[in-house]
Design a protein around this ligand. Sequence first.
Ligand code: ADP
Ligand code: MG
Length: 459
Amino acid sequence: MPGNGMSKEERFELIDTIPSLRREWEGRLAPLEALNPRRPATFISVGGGELGDLAVTAVKRNYGGIGGGIKAVAFDKYQGFPAQDAAEVSECFNMMDGDLLEERIRRHVPDPSEPHAIYLEVERIDTYRAYRMGIEKGYRIMSTPFGPLVCMDRHATKIMFDKLDLEMTRWRHAASGKEVDDAASEFGLPVIVKPVMTSSGHGTSIVKTKEELAKCYEHAVEHARGIGNEVIVEEYIPELKTTGTEITQIVVRHFNADGKIINSTLPPIEHKRPGATYHESWLPSTISKGAEAKCREGAVKIADFMGGLGIYAVEQFVIGDRVYNNEVANRPHDTGLVTRWMLNMDEGALQLTSTIGLQISQSSIKIARGGVFGVAHVVLAPDSITDEVEVAGWNASRLNAMMPEGATGDAWYFGKPTAYAGRRMGMAIAFDKDLAVARTQAGAIAHLAEGCISYGRRV
Ligand SMILES: Nc1ncnc2c1ncn2[C@@H]1O[C@H](COP(=O)(O)OP(=O)(O)O)[C@@H](O)[C@H]1O
Ligand SMILES: [Mg+2]
C-alpha cells in the first residue's frame, strides 16, 4: 500500500481487512486507570493548528498538564503555530518526511508500551509511515492507524459506505475523461467531480453543461494532491443549498467504567458554506428528529466499523428527513470548533480524554448553554493579500470596545505569525435564542475582528 495513494484493488482489500485489523488494534488498547505525575502519559498532536490547540490546551485546562500526569507535545511545520505555546514541548519540521516523523515520535515516546496517544491533526503528514508505526510497532496512532488511509481517500470511503449499506449520493469512480462522461450520462447533469484525494474543494467542479464536462477531468487531475488521475463523479444535489442543510455528526469512542470501548454521540452540528470551505456552524441544529436519528445511526455504524479510540466526524447532507453520508474525518472537525462554547467538553478535550484512555460517559457530553443557538463564524485574512505576509498585530481592545450593540459574543484569536489570502485567523461566536439573529451577529463580530488584525511585510 503506497503512502501517496492506493490502487482501486487495494482500496477494496483494505476495507475487507478492516474488521480483522480493527479487532487486533482494539485488543492492544487498554484504559488508563489513573494519571501519574511521576510517570506522565504523553499526548502528541501531530499538527498544532486551532484543532490541535483545542486538544493541547485541554491537557492543561482539564488535567493540570505535566503536573497532573499528561505531557503535551505538539508538532507543526512552522514556528509560532497555535498549539506551540500551550504544549510542554514542541517541534517544527516537515511532517511529510516519514523518517523525521518517526524519529520525532520516538524521541518523545521511546517505548510504545508506555502510556501515550498520537493525534494526527492534519492530513499533510506521512500517513503511511504513521500507519506502519501503529500496526508494526504498537504506537497508539488514534483513532486507528488505518483511519487516515480510508478517510483521506474518497473512493475507499465510498466503498466503506457501500459495505455498511449507508445512504449517500449516487457516485462512480472514473479514471479517464470517457469514464467521467459515462457517469454524467448515467446521472444526468449537473454532477460534481472530485479528485479521489483532496480537501477544501481543491480540484472539485460542479458541472452543469456538456462543455464544462470536457474540462473538469483535467482540472481535477491537475489539482489532485499526491499522484493520481482518479476522480469520483457524484450526482449533484441542488436542494442542498436551498431547502437542505449540512451536518457534522461527531461520535467519540472511549472506554467506559467496565473497561469496554463504546460510542457516545455529540449533538449534531449544523453548518452552511457559501463556498467549499468552512464558514459558519452552530449548535443546536434545526434538523428534524427523524433526520437526527439517521445522522446518528450512520455515524455510529462508521465509528463501530473503523474502531479504535477518539473522534469520528461524519459529514452529512440533510434534506428534510433524508440523510446522505458524505465524508468522514477520524479526528476533530473544523465545524466542531463551535463545541468550545456550546458543549461542556469541547471536541479537543474529548479527543484527548478518549485517546489517552480515560473514561467519558455519554451523560457528560451535553449542551452547556440551554435556550440559545451558538453560532461560530470564521475570521479570515483578507483576499487582497498576495503571497504570504507577517501578522503585525491583533487589537483586542478595539474589538472589545466595538462589539455590536446588543450582541452576546466573543472572539478567539489563534495568533498565527503569518497569513495568506483567506487563512483562518480566528473564530467569532454569538449567542441568541433566534438563530437568524445569532448568525447575523456572529458574522458581524467576525468581520469586526477581521478589521482588528493588521498585516505587515511579505515573508
Ligand atoms: N453531491 C453533492 N451535491 C451537492 N453539494 C455537494 C455535493 N458534494 C459536495 N457538495 C458541497 O461541497 C462541499 C465540499 O464537498 P466535500 O465532498 O465535503 O469535499 P471537501 O473534501 O472539499 O470538504 C460540501 O460540504 C457541500 O456543500
Ligand atoms: Mg467536506
